[in-house]
Design a protein around this ligand. Structure first.
Ligand code: MG
Ligand code: MG
Length: 263
């Protein structure tokens, strides 16, 4: 069942999405060589709780192995769902930071991939293409199109640049639940899948690998890594259909202003 949101609900969701953006902006200021990801996680949790939100990922999953942190921090060959550790970041790493927040009963869930210091040009290209593919997907999120139009646009751009598109993990509907219908794959055919309608809110999140599309999971039960050990990037926005057109509820401007202020 796909839940369509009212304008009022979309405004509440914007608040949750922007709380995630502000959290990621704090992280943007701190990402540098020598920093421990676990400390970034602490900063994020404090900020969210101080502002009346609840970290959405902490405790998520089966009770035998709930996710232990506020942020998913996935470094280099980690695709998504990385657990923040005390192992310091190194110059040249790329780190994907994904954050979920619940506020006023609604979820925000978005992500950004950061460079640690100077990175190789090919890694910058992976980051750029992944972000571009997200925006090309979002452009397709208009009333009357179908989910497959989003998927197709993302896959085309990533593969045209020689990168691998992860199949097993997908974007999703968002609302009173962190994961709602429909699924939003990052690969697919034009005209396939559920029809896009006014009031839909989707978390669109390309996970793009430098090499093979194949992935595996670490024994921690969470971290997803590339099967060939090559790096991966991840960007995610929360997007609503308002007046038939995509309206991005989360904000990279907030994050990129923070990046510009320290670089
Ligand atoms: Mg996410
Ligand atoms: Mg998500």
């Amino acid at each position: 069942m796909i839940y369509l949101k009212t304008r009022e609900e979309i405004e509440l969701m914007r608040e949750s999405a922007l709380m995630v953006s502000r959290t990621l902006a704090i992280i943007a200021r701190e990402v540098k060589p020598g920093v421990e990801p676990a400390n970034l996680d602490k900063l994020a949790e404090e900020f969210i709780r101080d502002n009346g939100g609840v970290p959405a990922f902490k405790g998520y999953g089966h009770k035998s192995n709930p996710f232990p942190a506020t942020l998913c921090i996935s470094i280099n060959d980690a695709v998504v769902h990385g657990i923040p550790t005390k192992k310091p970041l190194i110059e040249g790493d790329i780190i994907s930071v994904d954050c979920g927040v619940k506020k006023n009963g609604y979820y925000g869930d978005h992500a950004y991939t950061f460079a640690v210091g100077e990175i190789k040009p090919e890694l910058q290209k992976l980051i750029d293409v992944t972000k571009e593919s997200l925006y090309l997907g979002i452009e397709q999120m208009v009333s009357g199109n179908r989910v497959g139009d989003i998927s197709f646009a993302i896959q085309q751009h990533a593969e045209k640049n020689g990168f691998g598109v992860v199949r097993e993990l997908v974007g999703h509907g968002l609302g009173k639940n962190l994961h709602e219908e429909p699924e939003v794959p990052n690969y697919g055919k034009r005209g396939d899948g559920p029809k896009l309608k006014e009031g839909m809110v989707l978390a669109i999140e390309p996970m793009i690998n430098f090499g093979t599309k194949n992935i595996k999971q670490l024994k921690d039960g969470w971290t997803i890594i590339t099967a060939d050990g090559k790096p991966s990037a991840h960007f995610e926005h929360d997007v609503a259909i308002v007046d038939g057109k995509p309206e991005i509820l989360s904000s990279y401007a907030i994050i990129e202003e923070a990046l510009a202020s320290v670089n």
